[in-house]
Design a protein around this ligand. Structure first.
Ligand SMILES: C[S@@+](CC[C@H](N)C(=O)[O-])C[C@H]1O[C@@H](n2cnc3c(N)ncnc32)[C@H](O)[C@@H]1O
Ligand SMILES: [Zn+2]
Length: 312
């Protein structure tokens, strides 16, 4: 299958990252290499791009796409929380830019056998890293009703999380839930018909998103990775993060705010005595949103937000 992926807010990311000035850049979520190929194309001779992804299929596709820039590019299979270790192993001390295009790729969603999609039948998997131990089947069949409720309401922001968790537990008591369509049907039945009819999106969309986030520990990886990358950044280095739902965006916003204003002194203190100095300045106070043109070309950009910062 061809590895297609519309690179979200590509121009906006390039403006923020400014690879033309050269140096060492890290694409923490290389995927099919859309953003990476644009960074590599703009990087002057002598510069370097390090591409990380935890999905072997993504890295294979990225390698092909970046073939014209092979001399500048290093691909590494890694979780982006391990960015410091990867840089140590490559002998890189400081970086000049880092990008995160969070979440799942179109390829992962479109490749039915990966088990991310509620549209095609496949074993319930959803692992970005096929070597990771926890699958969606483990979550759906092994988590308690309370745990399922928490995940579906928190990560899926699903109004009917309680009912869905109850229906999953009831269904699995009769037979283990093994496939994506089995799960999609259970979710569909749990949601009241009137709500189902009112909504444009598939009734299983939010629950599938929630389970995927849990399987891949997506939210807990964001803050440590941004902090580690900023720590390794040279002054003037740029960070750009694209998020796709409010849970992700909240973490990026809070992480950036803390790095931009880390002082812990009480407001009543006339001067700072904690000694914590700002690490970054925010390049935009409000997140950048996709243009009308992009929205019309790529509906997946609909919920995207871009936050950017510069190392002091
Ligand atoms: C939205 S896609 C990136 C698409 C890419 N920017 C492009 O233009 O082709 C996100 C990618 O990040 C990877 N990913 C998600 N979380 C990760 C993590 N914690 N560590 C490494 N890679 C991760 C996924 O496997 C996926 O390939
Ligand atoms: Zn202080």
């Amino acid at each position: 299958m061809e590895f297609r992926h519309y690179s979200v807010m590509l121009d906006e990311c390039m403006t923020a990252l400014y690879p033309e000035r050269g140096g060492i850049y890290v694409d923490c979520t290389a995927g099919g290499g859309g953003h990476s190929s644009e960074i590599a194309r703009r990087l002057p001779e002598g510069s370097r791009l390090i591409c990380l992804d935890r999905d072997d299929d993504a890295l294979a596709a990225c390698r092909v796409r970046l073939e014209p820039f092979a001399g500048k590019v290093t691909l590494v299979k890694a979780n982006f929380t391990d960015i410091s270790r990867v840089l140590d192993e490559l002998g890189v001390e400081k970086i000049d830019g880092a990008l995160w295009d969070l979440g799942v790729s179109s390829h992962q969603l479109d490749e039915a056998s990966r088990g991310f999609s509620y549209m095609n039948d496949a074993p319930l998997d959803m692992r970005m890293d096929k070597d990771a131990p926890l699958t969606a089947k483990d979550v759906v069949n092994g988590y308690s009703e309370d745990e399922l409720f928490r995940i579906i309401s928190e990560y899926g922001e699903e109004r009917f999380a309680k009912k869905i968790a109850y229906c999953i537990v009831r269904a699995r008591a009769e037979k283990e839930i093994c496939s994506t369509l089995e799960l999609a049907k259970i979710i569909e039945k749990a949601i009241p018909t009137a709500s189902r009819k009112r909504e444009a999106q598939h009734p299983a969309k939010r629950t599938f998103q929630a389970i995927r986030i849990e399987v891949n520990s997506e939210l807990s990886a964001i803050k440590p990775s941004i902090e580690a990358a900023i720590e390794r950044m040279a002054p003037g280095g740029r960070a750009a993060v694209i998020t796709f739902h409010s849970g992700e965006d909240r973490i990026v916003k809070q992480t950036f705010s803390r790095l931009a204003d880390p002082c812990e002194c009480p407001k009543s203190f006339p001067v700072c005595v904690c000694g914590k100095k700002p690490q970054i300045v925010l390049l935009n106070r409000k997140p950048v949103l996709p243009s009308e043109k992009e929205l019309s070309e790529n509906p997946r950009s609909r919920s995207a937000k871009l936050r950017t910062a510069e190392k002091i």
